[in-house]
Design a binder for this molecule. Sequence first.
Ligand code: P6P
Length: 339
Amino acid sequence: MSTDPLNHSQFEEGTTLDRFLLETLRGHPEATGQFVTLINQVTLAAKLVSARVNRAGLANMFGATGTMNIQGEFVQKMDLYANETFKRAIEHAGVVCMMVSEEEEEIIQIPPPFSPGHYVFCMDPLDGSSNIDTNASIGTIFCIFRRKSEGGPGKPEDALRCGRDLVAAGYIVYGAGTVLVLSTGRGVHGFTLDPTVGEFFLSHHDIRLDPTARTYSCNEAYSATWDQRLGSWLATTKDPATGWSARYIGSLVGDFHRNLVKGGVFLYPPSQKAPKGKLRLLYEAFPLAFLAEQAGGAATDGHGPILDRTLTSLHERTPLYIGNAETVQEITRLLTTPA
Ligand code: P6P
């Protein structure tokens, strides 16, 4: 039998996320337990958000708060709930020196009396929340760095990092079921929440992007103002002879999860409406790019790998082309070859 703790044969039915993490870290005697604790707190918050999302229509949690966030987007009631829930679940555990959230302009310091830890936690607490009233899949996206600064409160340089510094990334998709997808740099694995016992169980071991899948996912309404080389690629791809099909939910986690599990490519190019692209580099593109590469796929900004980028401002936006490596590289070649 393989000695690799991640070899699926060692995980019988009913492997919890907790056991999977402990098996994973067995090869790291230097581990202090802070990482496992951080993920355990993430799963606690995920269970609370999942329960609230599932009852949003009954708990007066539909709709907007009437306020606008720093992104210029109307804050949904569920956005605030998710942001507070993840912050409260993590801040007291002594495992992060600071957090960054899509919902907050500045870095989030760890309040006294709690002590800072080794990690930096960056999140979009509830992406796609405007879809919640339609019962479409929405999700939490997160990524984790080890702190760069030495001790004390976290500093901006702890978050203004290169994507290659990431130590872990994941998302929780609140859909027909609640699934947490996680990578710590040794493959991508999915865990499904069994709400009857309140545990996440291993359900998708070592997810690999299907390189043969022919599904593209984008908001075609903006394609008239895309780079014309991309417009040509889309027109060619839509030729029935190619066998491609289209799927688009308009909720990044739902669209990405489908591509991860079934294969395909997701595009959010610059357009007249979003000249720098719409999605955020730190807590949307970085984590999904980490997962895509770990699953055998690729992610670029149209020039080069997303993970080669270094963040210059917390909420900066980026174009995103992510999914099957061959298609992502074809699109990138198109966009880096003079028209
Ligand atoms: P559009 C949701 O608002 C979101 O941030 C992502 O979840 C999603 O991929 C994108 O915007 C959809 O944008 O312009 O197609 O509505």
